[in-house]
Design a protein around this ligand. Sequence first.
Ligand code: ZN
Length: 242
Amino acid sequence: MIRVLVWNEFYHEKTEEQVRSIYPDGIHAAIADFLGKEEDITVRCAHLGMESCGITKEVLDETDVLIWWGHMKHGDVPDEVANLVRDAVLDGMGAIFLHSAHHSKPFKALMGTSCNLTWRESGDSEILWVIDPAHPITRGIDRFFRLSGEETYGEPFVIPNPDKVLLIGNYSGGEVFRSGVLYERGNGKIFYFQPGHETFPTFYNESVQLIIKNAVRFVAPTYRATVTCPHVRTVNDESYVI
Ligand code: ZN
C-alpha cells in the first residue's frame, strides 16, 4: 500500500462561501476522496490548523507520498516543518506540489529558486498538452485535456530546469506554462502540477484525478535512507568489516 498524506492550508474553504460551495470539507477532503477509492493507496489528511501543521518526523516516516496545497498562508508554516518535509524528500519520500504550492516553503527549499510566475484570475480556459505520452504520470490522457476555467499561470516560471516537463498548459488568454514538471532531489521524486485554483472544481476533473493518481504511484519511494557523508577507510584495509 502507498501511504499518502494530503496537506492543505484549509483557509479559503472556511472564509469564502464560493470556495466552500465547491469544497465543503476542504480541498484535502476532495483529493483524499478520489485517492481513497484506489486499492493500493491509503490516505490521511493534515492541515495548517493542526498542532505542528499535523507534520512531525514520525508522521513523515509513515508517509510514502506527501501532497501539498497552500496559497495565502505559506508564511504560517514554521521553517522547522518545511525543513522536515525537505529532509524527508531528500531521504526518499515522494512529494506532489499542487497549484499555488509553487510558493510553499518546502517546494522553494527543494528548488532553491524564487518559484515566481505570472498570474491572472480572468476565467481563462486551459488546454493541458501532454509532452511525454509514454510517461507513467501522463498515461491514459492521450494528447491533451481541457479545463473550462482555471487561474492563469504564465512563464517565466522561475524553477530549475526540470528533469522532465510532462505537461504544458495553454490558456485562452495566450499564456503557456510548464504545468507538470518532475524532479529528483536526493533519493526523492517531486512532481509539480499546476491546476487547482480554489474557485474552480478542478479536483473533480477526471483527467486531473488520473494524473494525481499516476503521480502518487510514480513518486512513491523505491529507496529511502539518509545519505550521510562518512569518512571511510579503503576497502583494501584488512580490518574493513562490512
Ligand atoms: Zn490559485
